[in-house]
Design a binder for this molecule. Structure first.
Ligand SMILES: [Zn+2]
Ligand SMILES: [Zn+2]
Length: 218
């Protein structure tokens, strides 16, 4: 598709319906376009025609007096293939995000129970001071000294860029203090993961209803 005059690749939200066959209700496979302009899977059309209603379009009923030569609409086939690949990629990204969120949740639980075992108050005087120090040093969109390594390259999904930009642990050198720092970092990551996926899911639902969408770069 990328010719010498092709413009920039633009992400487009598509649902399976947009590239679907109304006969089998699935993604077009070997799509054939009739003279009226409607497209169906070749196999679906042949099946329909062999059981009567010969050579007419199941959508608009426009008919033909003789058998139509069905040719593959290669552009539609390419789009359907691209859509399938995007759906798979979308699924695996969402899956990794969910697995990551579960792991972080387990880690938070482990660190909390370790803290309880060591009788460390969660908001001791030292922790209060360090929390204030962190709040004071973190502006919106700015990154702490230890963060930003993974978020430094701009990606297509802007919302993910700063997901791992966690402020460095710089409050305490004692094991107990470090544990508190780690817990705060983990909770911060947890919050970012939560915000990120809640936001994405809400957007997708808004744009596609209950359909599962996929972004297609045309
Ligand atoms: Zn079909
Ligand atoms: Zn038609």
């Amino acid at each position: 598709m990328a010719g010498p005059d092709s413009g920039p690749a633009i992400p487009v939200w598509l649902a399976e319906d947009d590239l679907g066959c109304i006969i089998c209700q699935e993604l077009l496979a070997w799509p054939a376009t009739l003279p009226c302009g409607h497209s169906f899977c070749r196999k679906c059309l042949m099946g329909l025609w062999s059981s009567g209603r010969r050579w007419s379009c199941p959508t608009c009923r426009e008919g033909a007096a003789q058998p139509l030569e069905l040719r593959k609409n290669t552009m539609l086939q390419d789009l359907a293939d691209k859509y399938s690949r995007a759906v798979e990629a979308h699924k695996s990204i969402a899956e990794v995000g969910r697995e990551l969120a579960e792991l972080v949740e387990q880690l938070v639980d482990i660190v909390r129970s370790l803290q309880r075992q060591r009788h460390i108050p969660e908001s001791g005087a030292d922790n209060q001071v360090s929390i204030l120090a962190e709040v004071g040093s973190s502006g919106r969109g700015r990154e702490g000294p230890g963060g930003g390594a993974m978020g430094s390259s701009p990606g297509p999904r802007g919302s993910n860029v700063n997901m791992f930009a966690v402020k460095g642990s710089m409050t305490s050198d004692t094991p107990d203090g470090k544990m508190g720092d780690i817990l705060r970092d983990l909770e911060e990551i947890q919050e970012k993961l939560r915000e990120n996926f809640t936001w994405k899911e809400a957007l997708e639902e808004q744009m596609q209803g209950s359909q599962s969408p996929a972004a297609l770069s045309l």
